[in-house]
Design a protein around this ligand. Structure first.
Ligand SMILES: Nc1nc2c(ncn2[C@@H]2O[C@H](COP(=O)(O)OP(=O)(O)OP(=O)(O)O)[C@@H](O)[C@H]2O)c(=O)[nH]1
Ligand SMILES: [Mg+2]
Length: 452
């Protein structure tokens, strides 16, 4: 199966200036020669050749072709890349021609899988390829690129080195059991440092999730205070329905907003009110409460033109542990005594008067969201891990701590310690892909797009 030559469109399908078709496998150059001409008798690798794609005597498109020779290619195999005009019908015909010449359509991630199998990338780097493509923020993409360049692999290699070092010392002790001049604590030092480094990486994993998935900010408040108006104003589009009728928004609506290159998910939702409301509205309110609980931060809105209600106070109570911003909306109709009562009711908060309808003072909400980013640790110096890696690293940390403890406790446990170390090294093998079970590998590459 691995001897197959594979083909896929590497660029998004549809109309665009250029489409790139990728071929990998031993037949790559032969296939190119069958369908593209004129080409010189000897093709130099990594050089671009102009020509035409043809089917028998009919020209299909003009193209540029580059060939790569194993092992100096992305996949580590012979490869070819054809750039042509990006029209779905043309691209389909050309891929069909390539398949008729002996290639087959690539599976998702198959080019990268081959790169992994050929030792061009370890599993951590291969995952970084996909995580880079899928990154939702500039900072997230940068960190994935660092991993692709080997940052995470280097970190894992140093963990491995610490374990191997510990293993050597243990084996030595087992061999010279009667010669017990090595102090137990002496050997634990490297492991301790490695465990501390690992703990730090895992501590950053929530930040990593945020980088990949974005921060969740919800707009919460009583019915009719102007939540949907603010939502639309922040998004610069008429996304939510706005009306003077209390209880307009029933379901929650989530949209993405990028600020300073960072993804935010903003949620508008059903306003909260006591007692009244039909069953649908009640369901909407329950959803709202759940959304508040899940949010990273809350824009809490009250109405500056109407006296505060008990519901305002109840909503505020839900926000005790949340990062929050108090917005008193409808500044254009605000009453001084109401604003004063809002300040009195929420003494811990700064009250920001805004008008969602007129767009007044909305910067305060935008700046609040940007300030959430500043409260997070600096992105650049960090190592990002994905879910699979996190689970394995957590197991590894536990193991390292146990080994460390055993070493400190004494020598009689050496055989057991040696076994623990072997298991720790096993986890590292699973991380980097040297001993990763086949179904897990399949799972990793299945998440890729076709053509990568
Ligand atoms: N005067 C004034 N009216 C506003 C302002 N912001 C919103 N409104 C009006 O207040 C009413 C309710 O606005 P929405 O944005 O639908 O309020 P909501 O909080 O989403 O309401 P529900 O979805 O029913 O909970 C509409 O008539 C808006 O035009 C404002 O800054 N000033
Ligand atoms: Mg609404």
């Amino acid at each position: 199966m691995d001897d197959d030559t594979i083909v896929a469109l590497a660029t998004p399908p549809g109309r665009a200036g250029i489409a790139l078709i990728r071929i990998s496998g031993s037949q790559s150059e032969g296939i190119v020669r069958k369908i593209i001409g004129p080409l010189p008798a000897e093709l130099e690798a990594r050089r671009s050749y102009h020509g035409f794609i043809h089917h028998q005597d009919r020209r299909i498109d003009e193209c540029l072709t580059v060939i790569f020779k194993a092992p100096r290619s992305y996949s580590g195999e012979d490869m070819a890349e054809i750039s042509l005009h990006s029209n779905l019908f043309v691209v389909e015909e050309v891929i069909g021609l390539i398949c008729a010449c002996g290639a087959r359509s690539a599976l998702p991630g198959e080019f990268t899988f081959r790169a992994f199998k050929n030792g061009k990338l370890d599993l951590l780097q291969a995952e970084a390829v996909n995580d880079l493509i899928l990154a939702n923020s500039r900072a997230g993409a940068l960190m994935q690129f660092n991993n692709l360049e080997g940052r995470l692999s280097k970190t894992v290699a140093s963990l491995r080195a610490a374990l191997v070092q510990a293993a050597i010392q243990i084996e030595t002790r087992i061999e010279f059991a009667e010669d017990q001049h090595i102090e137990a604590t002496e050997t634990a030092g490297d492991l301790t440092a490695a465990a501390v480094a690992l703990e730090k990486i895992l501590g950053q994993s929530r930040f990593n999730e945020i980088l990949n998935q974005g921060l969740h900010v919800v707009i919460a408040g009583r019915v009719n205070v102007g939540k949907s108006s603010l939502f639309n104003a922040l998004l610069l589009k008429e996304r939510s329905i706005i009306s003077a009728l209390p209880g307009t928004t029933r379901d929650y609506i989530q949209e993405n907003l990028v600020l300073d290159g960072f993804p935010f998910h903003i949620t508008d939702m059903a306003g909260i009110r006591a007692g009244s409301g039909d069953d649908i509205e009640k369901q909407g309110m329950e959803l709202s409460l759940a959304k508040i609980a899940q949010a990273d931060a809350v824009l809490f809105m009250v109405d500056a033109s109407l006296p505060l209600a008990e519901t305002d106070m109840q909503i505020y109570k839900l926000l005790a542990t949340k990062k929050r911003l108090l917005l008193a909306n409808k500044s254009d109709m605000a009453h001084a005594d109401i604003v004063r009562s809002v300040k009195d009711a929420f003494p811990e908060e700064t009250v920001h008067l805004i008008s969602a309808k007129n767009g007044d003072n909305l910067d305060v909400a935008v700046n609040f969201m940007k300030s959430l980013l500043r409260q997070m640790p600096e992105a650049c110096g960090q190592t990002v891990v994905n879910f699979r890696q996190k689970i394995l690293l957590e197991k590894l940390l536990k193991k390292m701590k146990r080994i460390e403890q055993m070493q400190i406790e004494g020598l009689e446990a050496t055989e057991v310690v040696a076994e623990e170390i072997r298991q720790g090294l096993g986890l590292i093998g699973e991380l980097t892909g040297t001993i990763t079970p086949g179904d897990i590998l399949q799972g990793v590459f299945a998440k890729f797009c076709i053509g990568k």
